[in-house]
Design a protein around this ligand. Structure first.
Ligand code: NBP
Length: 469
């Protein structure tokens, strides 16, 4: 009976694929799902001769597990996870471990950990990235919680995680809700990079009139250079697809309306709370929101006019400067995300090893990129590096590519094509490297209308001026 090493609760896309992945690594797996049909279909169509046992009632599921038990919950984030934990609690005992692999908010993670610790049940909040394929073949895993609980699940997590050489893309990240915090920031960076890629695609398609096939070739070429990453690779692939029914490039038929489900927004909300600027992540979330205003945009397009005269750039030159702009924007997106992690780590006592975070993002996850090797090295040299842009390698890269980056923003502005991620990243770079910003005027204005006082550069203290006199 109770000989299963781990139970997987939730058999939608992620749960099914993780269960198969775990079983493929010689662990005995028990599975359960609220709706019985999913369990039956999974057992009949996917499991084959793997060591997977199905339970159709909750007590039966729990009894299949070796004690102390390990249960991986892979259900819809939010209320469903709380409901599952409530259902499981009466059947669990001290020392059992619940791993929440959903995209939970880190505060929910912390609340659940506290609630379960009253019953001496361990809670591990674990970010999982890589989608369906990652879950099946090797995800990037971001666990946080009590160290002793992590040590008990480590062998399973290391076995199923993506690998770089022999190195698994999983590590103990720290206490409390840190696993879900790191996953949240991962997704924030993902939003920013996806938006930047969409912008360079737009300039090639709309401005230069290149075909999806031509643009695909550019992305394939870029994927062999410093931009090499999963998102560049899949963009190169997806641009070549044609619609089975019409034969047209599928990308041209897809409605230009994107959704944002929460993790990008959470990143910005938390970044604001801890006073870390994330303008490119913010621009990416805003871009999705504005994309959703399709009807309004269609109406506005016949009322609000763009620039009268366009500006042309020769195609080879355009492709070259777009690569530079995209690379710079990617660096700034990682810089903003890692800055959130650095400050949160201090404020929330996470003691995060930022080099290790970069290492576990090198495979399995959506933002995996060659660049993460250099990011990991940069934080290995200096965990408290104030900003990734200051690491010598990245400072030099930004210096080398900034002229192309600026040309892209100029071209887009002159032709009335929005590039919120690329231009916000450039403004971030220019702001961060400015020893003096015009906040002196803001301070004067605040003192003028609200007597908020200001500081001076030539003497200590707070000053107030009677401006109208
Ligand atoms: P979904 O997020 O679509 O959730 C479906 C699962 O939740 C089903 O098993 C469903 O059971 C179960 N469920 C719901 Br809905 N309400 C429930 C309740 N009240 N009690 C018990 N079970 C309930 O599945 P997914 O896409 O596989 O994602 C699973 C988790 O992994 C989510 O938290 C997601 O955020 C996270 N995640 C997803 C991805 C991805 O690429 N999809 C990547 C990384 C992380 P039912 O069959 O009875 O309806």
């Amino acid at each position: 009976m109770n000989d299963c090493d781990i139970g997987v609760y939730g058999l939608a896309v992620m749960g099914q694929n993780l269960a198969l992945n775990i079983a493929d690594h010689d662990f005995n797996v028990a599975v359960y799902n609220r709706t019985t049909l999913r369990i039956k279909t999974f057992m009949q169509e996917e499991v084959a001769d793997r060591s997977v046992k199905a339970a159709y009632e909750l007590p039966e599921f729990v009894n299949l597990l070796r004690t102390p038990r390990i249960i991986l919950v892979m259900v819809k984030a939010g209320f469903a996870i709380d409901a599952v934990i409530d259902d499981l609690k009466p059947y669990l005992q001290a020392g059992d471990i619940i791993i929440d692999g959903g995209n939970s908010h880190y505060r929910d993670s912390e609340r659940r950990a506290e609630l379960l610790s009253e019953h001496e049940i361990h809670y591990i909040g674990m970010g999982v990235s890589g989608g369906e394929d990652g879950a099946r073949l090797g995800p990037s895993l971001m666990p946080g919680g009590p160290l002793e609980a992590y040590q008990r699940v480590e062998a399973i997590l290391k076995a199923i995680a993506a690998k770089v050489g022999n190195e698994p893309c999983v590590a103990y990240l720290g206490p409390h809700g840190v696993g879900h915090y790191v996953k949240m920031v991962h997704n924030g960076i993902e939003y920013a990079i996806m938006q930047a890629i969409a912008e360079v695609y737009d300039l090639m398609r709309r401005d230069a009139g290149m075909t999806p096939q031509q643009i695909s070739e550019v992305f394939r070429r870029w994927n062999k250079g410093p931009l090499s990453s999963f998102l560049i690779e899949i963009t190169g692939h997806l641009l070549t697809h044609t619609a089975a029914d019409t034969g047209e490039p599928l990308i041209d038929l897809i409605l230009d309306r994107a959704q944002q489900k929460g993790t990008g927004k959470w990143t910005i909300q938390d970044a604001l709370d801890i006073a870390v600027p994330v303008p490119t992540i913010s621009a990416a979330v805003d871009a999705r929101v504005i994309s959703s205003l399709k009807e309004a945009r269609e109406k506005a397009s016949s009322i609000l006019q763009g620039p009268l005269a366009g500006f042309e750039m020769e195609q080879d030159k355009l492709v070259k400067v777009l690569e530079q702009a995209l690379l710079a924007t990617m660096i700034c997106s990682y810089a903003q995300g890692f800055d959130v992690l650095r400050v949160a780590s201090q404020g929330y006592d996470y003691h995060l090893d930022l080099s290790q975070v970069a290492r576990i993002w090198r495979a399995g996850c959506i933002i995996r990129a060659d660049m993460l090797n250099m990011i990991s090295d940069a934080f290995a040299m200096h965990n408290n590096l104030p900003n990734l842009m200051l690491a010598p390698h990245f400072a030099q890269s930004l210096q080398d590519i900034q002229s192309g980056w600026r040309e892209v923003v100029q071209l887009a502005v002159q032709n009335g094509i929005p590039v919120p991620a690329i231009s916000s990243a450039l403004a971030y770079y220019d702001s961060y490297r400015s020893a003096r910003l015009p906040a002196n005027l803001i301070q004067a204005q605040r003192d003028y209308f609200g007597a908020h006082t200001y500081e001076r550069i030539d003497r200590e203290g707070q000053f107030h001026t009677l401006w109208e006199q």
